[in-house]
Design a protein around this ligand. Structure first.
Ligand SMILES: *Cc1c(COP(=O)(O)O)cnc(C)c1O
Length: 248
């Protein structure tokens, strides 16, 4: 079932990309596994998924540890992973994404396991990430979460303040800003999400041209969930965060 869901989703992504003339290989699929068991996570990994999203640090750590101590059961691991990167006894090749709101007191745990923190929305949080990353000698990849709609969540940086936040974060040594994350409000008709995604894409492009030197790695646009990923793709997303459509 999970296999069918994933296959259907991947075909869907491919056909949208074909329709709009984009390369589906440029689109990263993050399987959002909040409230999903480790067994199911192992199953999607065995089907080739390498990016796992979580929205709570505690839950993520538990699963991370469990996987780290699991035997590696996959004979046909994804071909994108070269042999020298592949540990025999655990899942080190996985990329973990923090997609939920990050509390400052959890940052010291988050930097230990997450490859990409997608929810940076103010400078105090960024400073704490920088400080904790420094302690473990890590450059932490992050996205700025943009609050494109006042009604979606309490969190996110208002679009008008994103540039200023980037300027501030660029002063920090142990954060690498890789792009933007945004969430559109839920609509029964996903077409209505389009203006929110379009606005985020325009902001993304504006930032990329304004900061071309400092932000040479600023190339991730994370938007689109189970109900609206088609629209997000059409509007330029290159990272999708999908939970329900895979794990339902
Ligand atoms: C849960 C979640 C998702 C995935 O949502 P689905 O509708 O289940 O695909 C994506 N992004 C964030 C931030 C989430 O919390």
């Amino acid at each position: 079932m999970l296999k069918d869901n994933l296959q259907k989703l991947q075909e869907n992504i491919k056909s949208v990309c074909q329709k709009i003339g984009r390369n589906p290989e440029e689109v990263i699929l993050v399987a959002v596994a909040k409230n999903v068991s480790v067994e199911k996570i192992k199953e999607v990994i065995s089907l080739g998924v390498t990016n796992i999203g979580e929205n709570r640090v505690q839950e993520a750590i538990k699963k991370y540890e469990e996987l780290a101590h699991s035997p590696f059961p996959i004979p046909n691991y994804p071909s994108s992973i070269t042999h020298h990167q592949l540990p025999i006894t655990n899942y080190q090749f996985l990329k973990w994404h923090m997609v939920g709101h990050l509390q400052r007191n959890k940052v010291k745990y988050a930097v230990k396991i997450f490859n990409l923190i997608q929810s940076v929305d103010d400078f105090e949080l960024a400073e704490e990430i920088d400080k904790q990353a420094k302690k473990i000698n890590k450059i932490q990849d992050c996205l700025i979460e943009v609050k494109v709609s006042p009604e979606v969540t309490k969190y996110g940086c208002p679009p008008g303040e994103v540039k200023e936040l980037i300027l501030q974060i660029n002063q920090l040594t142990n954060i690498c800003l890789c792009g933007l994350m945004a969430m559109a409000p839920f609509f029964d008709n996903s077409e209505e999400a389009r203006p929110y995604f379009r606005q985020t894409y325009e902001l993304f492009q504006k930032i990329r041209s304004a900061f071309s030197v400092q932000c040479s790695l600023f190339n991730v646009l994370s938007m689109g969930m189970s109900n609206d990923f088609v629209i997000a793709l059409e509007e330029g997303a290159n990272m999708l965060r999908i939970g329900t459509a895979i794990f339902k």
